[in-house]
Design a protein around this ligand. Sequence first.
Ligand code: SAH
Length: 241
Amino acid sequence: MIYVIGTGPGLEDYMSLRAIEAVKDSDIIIGYKTYINQIKGLLKDKEVYSAGMKKEIDRCKKALEYALQGKKVGLVSGGDAGVYGMAGIMQEIALEHSKKVQIEVIPGITAANAAAASLGAPIMHDYTVISLSDLLTEWSLIEKRLECAGQGDFVIALYNPKSNGRREHIQKARDILLEYKDKNIPVGIVRNAKREKEEIEITTLEKMCESEINMSTMIIIGNSKTYVANGRMITPRGYKY
Ligand code: SAH
């Protein structure tokens, strides 16, 4: 049995009851060390296998190996495991053992939802999620999706906006979106959403690259109707009141 557990944005309070139950029911917990640390309060007396970043395939193979031995494995993944997380690769790797290994994917609160709640209500209307990481996706395709999202006047949630290796992607993304969106459109920047050191900023599309943006940052770019009032970023759904 493998539970693929979305652990939410960080604080334990934002995990689902089912996710907590699955952690408790697991014989061994496998995950990236940052996510393991976030739930360490639940891991007393648990066997833990943690491997570094970019070792996703190793972790999944380990999970499969233990599950085939008859253990209950909890594979943890931050936010929602099905959003740039471990749910896909785990199921791909286990495909040929599908009769022997049962997999349950447990959803978690993804960073876009966590950040949106902290900002107000910026994703009240059609929105799209784009990762700026080109580790597994061609940059040209990311650019095309940015263009399409800009054309469609979507609210846009940007994942993986920056890492040490890729400092210029966020600027390129902003420049593409400036072709379609007004430069004063509100942009919400949330570092460490729903974690202890959460930081929230509201700026504009033109100025967004002046803010601190790192790999624990979620960026939410408004649509043409999004506004800021009372320190909150709101995208109207269209109600008349
Ligand atoms: N599966 C995760 C996303 C993994 S991709 C989820 O559903 O949230 C990693 C990226 O997610 C980070 O670079 C960052 O952009 C974003 N992220 C994850 N947790 C975050 C948090 N608590 N606050 C802000 N951004 C976060």
